[in-house]
Write a protein that binds this ligand. Structure first.
Ligand code: PLP
Length: 377
């Protein structure tokens, strides 16, 4: 007897993927959370379930591992989720050494989450190797660098810290968000992990949140991080991975252009009588300029901060080509008064404005600052 397949069953079968052998040039977005199992019990292309693995995440992870000269990369739902995974890979009782000027949410993450789990935090002035050495204890298991740092653009000598850490069997990680692998490759300088908030330059268009960890070697640490990624599930969606992968295709062009503009604007502001100080590692006056020149290639990045003589908020409000907003690394220029965003416990000076340089014409950005600083109180 002929069995009539019901509407619901036909509807479900009618939308299965159609392409079998075509090779689309731009990667399709694989939204499927689950993958069919073969009759022999294996999984085609090793894909089972998208918390474990997903083709778009795979493309992104492979790409970033290559760009950073690493063995492996793992993608997360945000930069903070990536940092969280590194700390989670440590043991209770271990200590992490961080820069005093570390991105303020990393410090908060420690204080509000990890200290309760027995992980300890120590900070030091990361512009001084002897200060770092003095802050190392027997429990120190990880030295976490951030260079250039957020928001004071301090530079840490990655190779010197790695050499020091290696003599004591300590792991090293670098938050490479601000430099990107276009300008700086921490793993080539010996670090074990390079971390990114790919929300910033990798995505590049202020429309996707994600984070990345690139590991130098396929080892026990990588295995631990992989397990944390798969089991805790803080992974980016396929669309997020697709957006970041798309951003990577223009990363080098954007970062080089943003660096060139940041250099010109920094030089202009450095000579302006209404500006007390410009923090930009490309300026010869920057205290760690020589280190930056040694460990960064092709530019010094699209981020800078300034200490203003007049009221910083007032100057920020006068700027017309800089949107007052948090975050960074997008195609549009942003300005931010960091202290009021960081809140209680912030070590950022009251008169500091942080700038993320976009892709606008440098002449327009300089003219904007010129008018904003005119007759300022
Ligand atoms: N690291 C640095 C240097 C950052 O600037 C940020 C965000 O501003 C983060 C980490 C956190 O990344 P996300 O906001 O993607 O969680």
């Amino acid at each position: 007897m002929q069995h009539n397949i019901h509407f619901s069953t036909r509807a479900l079968k009618s939308v299965r993927p159609a392409l079998k052998n075509a090779h689309p040039v731009s990667a399709p977005i694989y939204l499927s959370t689950t993958y069919e199992r073969a009759e022999d019990g294996s999984y085609y292309d090793g894909l089972i379930y998208s918390r474990n693995d997903n083709p778009n995440r795979h493309i992104l992870e492979k790409s970033v591992a290559q760009l950073e000269n690493g063995a492996l990369a793992y993608a997360f739902g945000s930069g903070m989720a990536a940092i969280h995974a590194v700390f989670q890979a440590l043991e209770s009782g271990d200590e992490v050494l961080l820069p005093e000027d570390v991105y303020y949410n990393v410090r908060l993450l420690f204080q509000s989450v990890f200290e309760r789990w027995g992980l300890k935090m120590q900070t030091a002035d990361f512009t001084s190797i002897s200060a770092i050495e003095a802050a190392i204890h027997p429990e120190t298991k990880l030295i976490w660098m951030e260079t250039p740092s957020n928001p004071q653009l301090q530079i840490t000598d990655i190779r010197a810290v790695v050499e020091l850490a290696e003599t004591k069997g300590i792991l090293t990680a670098v938050d490479n968000t601000w430099a990107t692998p276009v300008l700086q490759r921490p793993l080539d300088l010996g670090a074990d992990i390079s971390m990114h908030s790919s929300t910033k330059y990798f995505g590049g268009h202020s429309d996707v949140l994600s984070g990345l960890l690139v590991l130098k070697s396929e080892n026990e640490l990588a295995e631990r991080i992989h397990r944390i990624q798969k089991l805790s599930g803080g992974v980016p969606s396929p669309f997020d991975c697709w957006l970041v992968a798309r951003g990577i295709q223009t990363l080098h062009l954007r970062v080089k252009a943003q660096s060139a503009t940041a250099m010109k604007l920094s030089t202009f502001l450095h000579h302006h009588p209404q500006i007390e100080q410009v923090n930009y590692p490309g300026l010869p006056s920057h205290p760690q300029h020589d280190i930056a020149k040694r460990q960064m290639q092709g530019g010094f990045g699209g981020m800078l901060s300034v200490l203003t003589k007049g009221d910083a908020m007032n100057i920020s409000n006068r700027l017309q080509h800089f949107t007052s907003a948090t975050s960074l690394g997008g195609v549009e220029s942003l300005v931010e008064h960091r202290r009021s965003v960081e809140g209680e416990g912030s070590a950022t000076p009251e008169n500091l404005l942080r700038l993320s340089i976009g892709l606008e014409a440098v002449e327009d950005l300089i003219a904007d600052w010129e008018q904003a600083l005119m007759n300022i109180e």
